[in-house]
Design a protein around this ligand. Structure first.
Ligand code: SAH
Ligand code: SF4
Ligand code: F3S
Length: 435
């Protein structure tokens, strides 16, 4: 047969990992990976709907595929991911050259289409999805993503995810454990547990288990040296999780804890379920319990109703908390979300100005924090050669900072001690310390 597939992924880590599962399904069906668009018999666009820009990127890519399909009428085009789920069959009306549409909770159904059965979409509820074992064809050999909970119940006022990924569904402890055990046997060293809100883990399961309990179980697996997780919702971050992070040595000293805004009025309009003060207490508790923990966050500028005063609260929060890094975005109107109906939408120009202020401020903070690391001894997991300089190796500290260094091929996949020699805004440079 010798047919080939190509996947183009947009969006978050969840989508990146979903693409590994999509590749896994193709692999199982006897397909091989194409070197690019032109060699492929099937192209999958795994889409993201989080902001308007992400959606635009998908439409322009789809336009490009239309031309490729003109030259190669046998080419099949599938659309997966969050836009697929949200727009559904309407996509066929606008883009009749699409062959198959499937949502994030129906990746198991891809096989039915690939093997030639006449279905053209898989967008329905799939209540058993969390107990399906979908093989993943993973990108690396050292670090792996592992899904623990699908969906989201939070309905933050700006966010499409609850509409695209459905309600929360936790995977069973034994399935997660077995998957990681097998990764350890294959030589993987680091795993990142994935969920829109990992702190909700376990709520819908028959047995009583929560996220810290799951961490404790996974911690027992020999061969896995580092455990990470994304994302934590600040409202649900418990003292029990903080204690688990403190007590479990494999759990890395890093947490991504999206604050979104420093203003209580805006947090309330966003339906986030915490005040700045409550958030601040959790940060203090984390810092007291976990020595040198790195904290990163997400910020939205120009949410409807955000006044200059509200914005100054966000500026003050960044100065006070001093994050290790942030992702900041201009508020973007999304279909179905509550925020659409809120009064006092902010002008685009103001959103942009505020975004720039936030990013500039964070640059000075990140740089200041990186400089402090100079001369420090740290452990890194070497991931491979640097993308920007093929003479150097690259790895990450336990606090998730990228470090480049000179070293040998044999170092790849190993945990090594290094000394930080140089600190830049986006990366560090170090040298191996002989032990
Ligand atoms: N589940 C994760 C976030 C997923 S989306 C969490 O709750 O933290 C990642 C980030 O995108 C969000 O934290 C938010 O900052 C941003 N985001 C989501 N919807 C957005 C929108 N409509 N406009 C701008 N940014 C948005
Ligand atoms: Fe979106 Fe909020 Fe759910 Fe995160 S917690 S995915 S921001 S609704
Ligand atoms: Fe991720 Fe984008 Fe969907 S951020 S959850 S792929 S909307």
């Amino acid at each position: 047969m010798n047919k080939k597939y190509h996947i183009h992924t947009f969006g978050c880590q969840m989508n990146v990992h979903d693409s590994e599962k999509i590749a896994g399904v193709f692999s199982e069906t006897g397909y091989q990976e194409a070197s690019g668009f032109n060699e492929a018999d099937v192209i999958v666009l795994n889409t993201c709907s989080i902001r308007e820009k992400a959606e635009q990127k998908f439409y322009s890519e789809l336009g490009r595929l239309k031309k490729i399909k003109k030259n190669n009428p046998n080419l099949k085009i599938a659309v997966a991911g969050c836009i697929a789920q949200q727009k559904g069959g309407k996509l066929f009306e606008r883009f009749p050259y699409i062959d198959f549409i499937f949502g994030p909770n129906n990746i198991d159904k891809l096989q039915i289409w690939v093997t030639g059965n006449t279905v053209n979409s898989a967008l329905e509820d799939n209540p058993d999805y969390s107990i399906k074992l979908i093989p993943a064809k993973r990108e690396g050999r050292i670090r792996a993503w592992v899904s623990i909970i699908y969906g989201c119940n939070n309905f933050c006022a700006y966010c499409v995810v609850p509409f695209t990924r459905g309600r929360e569904m936790s995977r069973r402890v034994s399935d997660i454990y077995n998957e990681i055990q097998s990764l350890a046997e294959q030589g993987f060293k680091e795993i990142t547990l994935l969920g829109q809100n990992v702190n909700s883990y376990g709520k819908n399961l028959k047995i009583t288990v929560d996220f810290p309990d799951l961490l404790k179980e996974i911690h027992k697996i020999e061969g896995i040296e580092r455990i990470r997780f994304v994302t934590s919702h600040p409202r649900d971050l418990s003292d029990k999780l903080i204690e688990a992070m403190r007590d479990l040595p494999k759990v890395c000293e890093h947490i991504h804890l999206p604050i979104q805004s420093g203003s209580d009025m805006i947090l309330n309009l966003m339906n986030r379920g915490y005040t700045y003060k409550e958030y601040r207490i959790k940060i203090n508790n984390l810092r007291n319990a976990v020595h040198d923990i790195a904290i990163t966050t997400d910020i939205i500028t120009g949410f409807p109703g955000e006044t200059e005063e509200d914005f100054q609260h966000t500026v003050a929060a960044l100065s006070e908390i001093e994050y290790d890094g942030i992702f900041a975005f201009k508020y973007s109107k999304r279909p179905d979300t509550k925020a659409l109906d809120l009064p006092n939408h902010v002008e685009d120009k103001v959103k942009s100005e505020r975004l720039k202020k936030i990013l500039d401020l964070q640059e000075t903070i990140t740089y200041k924090k990186n400089i402090r690391l100079k001369s420090e001894l740290v452990e890194i997991l070497v991931e491979g050669y640097s993308e920007t300089d093929a003479n150097k190796l690259t790895g990450r500290t336990r606090t998730n900072k990228i470090v480049n260094l000179y070293g040998e091929k044999e170092d790849i996949g190993k945990l090594i001690k290094i000394k930080i020699l140089e600190a830049k805004l986006h990366s560090l440079f170090g040298e191996k310390v002989l032990t």
